[in-house]
Design a protein around this ligand. Structure first.
Ligand SMILES: [Zn+2]
Length: 122
């Protein structure tokens, strides 16, 4: 069975993680990491949620994690804010680094494009 859970507090999120088969030390690391994303997003006035998607194998009972991370309800962060949110943890993941680098490149390209437009319309 696949379940998609959303939590608005770190306590509920921790409870959800404890239902999976992850070792306690990894759960603690995940919480510290995701909480950094979550808190930065809140500072930037977004409405983040902890998201956890699990797949449960009934026999033997085994709860696997399909997706774990922070998502946004209401509005999505701007690219600039997203970079800050991605780089909030002390040790960003490979994915965090990859996506933030890509966003930075896109922002640079966009800035160049706008400058060119400005020059052409002047
Ligand atoms: Zn991360």
């Amino acid at each position: 069975m696949i379940e998609h859970k959303r939590y608005s507090s770190v306590e509920e999120y921790a409870r959800g993680l404890r239902e999976t088969n992850l070792p306690q030390t990894e759960i603690e690391e995940l919480i510290v990491h995701e909480r950094a994303h979550f808190e930065r997003a809140k500072q930037l006035r977004y409405t983040p949620l902890y998201a956890l998607s699990t797949y449960t194998i009934e026999n033997p009972l085994n709860v696997l994690i399909l997706f774990n991370g922070v998502i946004f309800s209401e509005k999505n962060p701007t690219d600039r804010h997203m970079i800050k949110i991605l780089l909030a943890p002390r040790d960003p993941s490979e994915d965090d680094l990859y996506v933030s680098r890509r966003l930075k490149r896109e922002l640079k390209r966009e800035t160049r494009r706008l400058k060119k437009l400005k020059r052409n319309s002047a």
